[in-house]
Write a protein that binds this ligand. Structure first.
Ligand SMILES: Nc1nc2c([nH]c(=O)n2[C@H]2C[C@H](O)[C@@H](COP(=O)(O)OP(=O)(O)OP(=O)(O)O)O2)c(=O)[nH]1
Length: 131
């Protein structure tokens, strides 16, 4: 049976309405694909606490979470992911890529120009259709 992982990802918007996109490095699982930064939820951790912890660890900044954006389950070749995307904004510091190859801010309409991790596509499509 495939392993199931619960992953939280931050849809971080800036004051221009742009969204932060992160490029997975060649060393990571799903290498060289774009994603929303985040990571696995630990046992007994709530999703919002997990997301703030992951962002602090990997982008060295503090976020405030607000709306749940999308909750989607996707089956990869080797595992099943429950990807929970949560809207957030940076409240302290500036995101720096400590694990990712690159971070970029993109207007929502331009998000489909990147090659996203397959599990992220529904969350991306929802964003593109937002005003
Ligand atoms: N963080 C994140 N991971 C995603 C997204 N879409 C997607 O398919 N994934 C996959 C990639 C990984 O297989 C898994 C999350 O792993 P990760 O490497 O980011 O999480 P982590 O920091 O907790 O990892 P680890 O060191 O505990 O292995 O989910 C996404 O938008 N954000």
């Amino acid at each position: 049976m495939k392993k199931k992982v619960k992953v939280v990802a931050a849809v971080i918007e800036n004051e221009l309405g742009e969204v932060l996109c992160a490029l997975r490095s060649p060393q990571m699982a799903l290498p060289n694909l774009w994603e929303f930064p985040g990571g696995k939820v630990e046992k007994d951790e709530d999703i919002y606490t997990a997301l703030k912890r992951e962002i602090q660890e990997e982008l060295h900044c503090t976020i405030e979470t607000y709306d749940l954006h999308n909750d989607h389950t996707h089956e990869y070749e080797t595992f099943i992911i429950n990807l929970i995307a949560i809207k957030a904004k940076v409240v302290e510091g500036t995101p720096v890529p400590t694990e990712h190859s690159k971070l970029i801010w993109l207007k929502k309409e331009n998000l489909p120009s990147l090659v996203w991790a397959p599990a992220d596509i529904p969350a991306v499509e929802l964003l593109v259709n937002e005003k």
